[in-house]
Write a protein that binds this ligand. Structure first.
Ligand code: FAD
Ligand code: NAI
Length: 481
């Protein structure tokens, strides 16, 4: 028993020392080497899952690295739905990219800008500064920069399928700004419905919360909204809360088409218990300011009033991806993104790779895929450069060598997890050559621990856990900012 105690105390001491040292080191980065003109310049587009994981794993001793993104932070998207109702505070899942950059051995340049065009012949990119936080576009004269190697990790953008009125009237759930907007609009609708002279019809409209799209984003958002209603709104708006209706609309015969049938049934029955209405085989055709038009399963159309409408129907290619495709139009024939080979090289291009949602590599648009691709590419480039340095070669062509010296990229699925509300989650996990499925409260704890583990930094994990503890003791904040 005494030995066991010693082991426990010893482990705790080592753990605490290591954590303290990591925290100190994090806030006190070492001096960095300057750009080396003899090295190749590698430009990374984006600060999402693909590009940030690439930056994290890339050895900057071998390359001069430049990052371009309109977002100066990495966003942990799997917990974004939790930010729409305040289960988690926004900044807890954001990691400033400069923290990562300052810990690289060589300085990394960052442009807070959107890449709008590319000249592949001259290896030149056009960048436009993003608007400032007040919305002022300021000096937006385009800037040109050059690259030797380019990695495109710009993700996708929301797909409205050209449905009229969506851009103007719906909220999306893709970026942190979207979550902020949803939270504000939700409280707008509720406070407006609480106002004295509102008619019954108007109040019902304001309290009708609609989610379009039964993919994982729509399901997770509906689950979070239900929790907010159940745990918090019912306490602070007891009369109104009873009248809030949540409807989820899906064009296909069932929600979560990519999940196992058992999990689909489990989700649908949990939603039924939670009084979330699911309308399947129903397609939203137009979104107006206060109502939207659907095509019902029998082909008829209805006009349904709403207070808040969240549009979560998947993604399409970013405009800059279309610009890149246009340069290699003969081979880049798929409008959904950049066709890449098994080494993630953009087909038809030289010295350009693509990772994540913007790359058509045969895998689903998932964070796991993007981060594995970023890691794989960084490691390949590190190893090719190290080998070249060992052989005293200065001008190696890593774009061609990657095929000769590496095995193709292969995605290894870690399974799918989704939160469905009322402290239940679903999981579809690979197990040897089979998949095991699970749903319920235990899966919810697994979901929580998996995400705490996957968060970008110790700082993020600490903030997320403390948000969960805060919510447990004090509930979610209902103030309208
Ligand atoms: P992103 O992470 O989208 O990053 C793209 C980056 O490019 C951003 O920094 C953006 O600002 C930048 N950018 C855009 N345009 C330009 C430009 N013109 N120039 C320069 N930079 C540009 N996947 C999972 O596997 N598990 C989950 O649980 C999960 N949950 C999700 C929940 C939500 C709400 C959402 C929206 C998605 C979720 N996903 C999940 C999907 C996952 O987020 C994406 O697959 C992943 O973000 C793709 O990574 P990426 O690097 O390709 O793109
Ligand atoms: P999605 O593409 O997975 O689902 C969108 C759904 O919207 C589809 O089922 C589609 O039939 C439906 N739809 C399209 N147009 C419609 C209309 N007009 N009316 C009604 N329904 C309509 O999109 P989602 O959920 O945004 O996910 C995007 C990607 O991110 C996917 O690859 C997904 O797997 C991933 N993701 C994964 C998560 C997880 O693993 N927990 C969580 C969130 C996203």
């Amino acid at each position: 028993l005494r030995t066991l105690k010693r082991v426990i105390y010893g482990t705790a001491l080592v753990g605490a020392t290591y954590t303290g040292w990591s925290m100190y080191r994090n806030r006190n980065p070492a001096e960095q080497k300057a750009f080396d003109p003899s090295k190749k310049t590698l430009v990374l587009l984006g600060t999402g899952w693909g590009s940030t994981t690439m930056l994290k794993n890339l050895d900057t001793d071998h390359y001069n690295v430049v990052v371009v993104s309109p977002r100066n932070y990495f966003l942990f998207t799997p917990l974004l739905p939790s930010c729409t109702v305040g289960t988690i505070e926004n900044r807890s899942i954001m990691e400033p990219v400069r923290l990562l950059m300052r810990h690289k051995s060589r300085e990394v340049k960052f442009y807070e800008a959107e890449c709008t065009d590319i000249d592949a012949e001259r290896k030149e990119l056009t960048l436009v500064r993003r608007a400032d936080s007040e919305g002022s576009k300021g000096d937006r004269e385009p800037v040109k920069i050059n690259y030797d190697y380019l990695v495109v990790g710009v993700g996708g953008t929301v797909n409205t399928f050209g449905t009229p009125g969506v851009e103007e009237n719906a909220c999306f759930l893709k970026e942190m700004g979207d979550a902020r907007k949803i939270r504000r609009r939700l409280m707008d609708s509720i406070e407006s419905a609480a106002f004295g002279d509102v008619s019954e019809a108007e109040r019902d409209r304001l309290l009708h919360m609609v989610v379009v799209g039964g993919g994982p984003t729509g399901i997770e958002y509906a689950g979070e909204l239900h929790d907010f209603l159940q745990d918090d709104l019912s306490q602070w708006y007891p009369e109104l809360a009873k009248k809030i209706q949540i409807t989820l609309i899906e064009a296909l015969p069932n929600v979560l088409p990519a999940f196992d049938k058992k999990l689909i049934d489990y989700t649908q029955s949990t939603f039924k218990e939670n009084q979330i209405t699911i309308l399947t085989r129903t397609m939203v055709k137009e979104v107006k300011e206060k109502s939207f038009i659907v095509q019902n399963p029998d082909g008829t159309r209805s006009d349904i009033p709403y207070g808040l409408l969240v549009w979560a129907t998947g993604i399409k290619a970013q405009p800059v991806v279309d610009r890149i495709r246009a340069q290699f139009a003969q081979v880049q024939t798929n409008g959904r993104g950049l066709l890449v080979d098994e080494y993630l090289r953009v087909k038809g291009a030289r010295d350009i790779w693509a990772v994540g949602d913007c790359a058509l590599s045969g895998y689903a648009p998932l964070a796991q895929v993007a981060s594995q691709q970023g890691k794989w590419l960084a490691r390949r480039l590190n190893s090719l450069a190290t080998q070249a340095a060992r052989e005293n070669k200065t001008d190696v062509d890593v774009f061609n060598l990657i095929e000769e010296k590496s095995r193709p990229f292969k995605y290894s699925s870690q399974g799918s997890l989704a939160y469905i509300g009322s402290e239940k989650a679903i999981a579809d996990l690979p197990f040897f050559n089979r998949n095991i499925t699970a749903g319920g409260v235990a899966t919810f704890w697994f979901w929580k621990s998996a995400y705490v583990n996957e968060l970008f930094s110790l700082r993020n994990s600490t903030l997320v856990v403390s948000d969960w503890v805060k919510r447990f003791f004090f509930g979610r904040d209902i103030s309208r900012e």
